[in-house]
Design a protein around this ligand. Sequence first.
Ligand SMILES: *Cc1c(COP(=O)(O)O)cnc(C)c1O
Length: 479
Amino acid sequence: MDAAEYCRRGREMIDYIANYLENIEQRVVYPDLEPGYLRPLIPSEAPLEPETYDDIMKDVEKIIMPGVTHWQSPYFYAYFPAACSYPAMLADMLCGAIACIGFTWAASPSCTELETVMLDWLGKMLNLPECFLTGSGSQGGGVIQGSASEATLMTLLAARSKAIRRVKTSNPEQTDGEILSKLVSYTSEQAHSSVERAALLGGVKIRKVPTDNCAVRKDMLKKMLVEDKAAGLIPFYFCATLGTTPSCAFDPIYELGPICNEENVWMHIDAAYAGSAFICPEFRPLLNGVEFADSFNFNPHKWLLINFDCSTLWVKNQADLTGTFNVDPLYLKHENQESGLVTDYRHWQIPLGRRFRSLKMWFVLRIYGVKGLQAHIRKQVNLAKEFESLVRADKRFEICAEVIMGLVCFRLKHSNELNQKLLKKITESRVIHLVPCQLADKFVLRFAICARTTESRHIQLAWRHITQLTFELLQETVQ
Ligand SMILES: *Cc1c(COP(=O)(O)O)cnc(C)c1O
């Protein structure tokens, strides 16, 4: 493909994408296929001779699109949102074209420097304490990770090294292995599965803290830390959640943070979904207490209109990351490395290679402005409230968790079995798409406002559809 054809196909692709997104409502949101559907539709080997672009695009509509779950459809209410906006997609094209691998400052100075400044911009939008910002001359700073799971793993590993170093200072006779076997991490029983996974990958124990109304209470955390210390174990890491995945509940970090600080326990905050809302002053109080944290992470690729992947992580002390994972082969050294003026992000993450992800953040923050992004968050929260009132007005249903952001947890006031049947009907009719969660021992339906283009009429239609299926279900049950 030469430049002339690239320009022609590029324009076609831009049109195809705009047409896809603007007419996405006409597509079935959730595919009706059996596993293995794709293999028989394409050759078993790569073509020996080149093929034409037209043939590929025909196959996109014929083979790929029927197997897409349309996350950007306004009838998609499953999981949490996956951000998508035009400026982010354009910036991603540019990122693809520059195609640098920005592991060190020298490997592409703007790739590193824009990221550092963008993390300060975003940090200021959230009103993060100065200790997390780079420009303020503090020890802290921010980095873009691929996912919240990676941010949790990185901080758990950093906390692990720090704890081993600390124990060794007072007990030099203990080996790393001995210390490692006593380290314990903690998180809420409502935390995302990636926290447990990080502990597994990091080779440390993890204890799930029981919750009260879906949040960790300080007495319970304190009790577990005291018990474990008395048993000769070493508590070292606590992952708090702001906006849990099942029900968007918030751990009170202003209460839990001081306990962690007293006990030498690293507090990490996972605000993967809800973090974006902290750019609105009315939601910012939920982040009070972040000053006690050692690290804080959320996913602009969920709710801040910056396409995947963009998970922003701030640490209070850069050296906790860079000091832990530093290896220095000659081919990665560069002349500015020792100056103390540059960031080499390879020390902040698991892979060596990294994309120019801050470009999409820069484009989105400038095109929308803080006000535009606040308006997006508020609009989606209001849609969730609208859905909540529809549910509340129907006595057959109940709301199962306080609706604070864009997620509504609800169920029929009936058995788990009947609620499972209702979800099955919803899934099979494919008009809308949602997934369940479990709260206490109840089977609950989760309705998350996801697509950027979701409007009131979509919510209204979704509710009419759910009540119609409920009517049918109750009829069948009576018979
Ligand atoms: C979505 C979510 C995650 C996982 O995010 P990834 O970026 O996919 O790793 C982690 N924690 C919470 C609370 C989430 O909602």
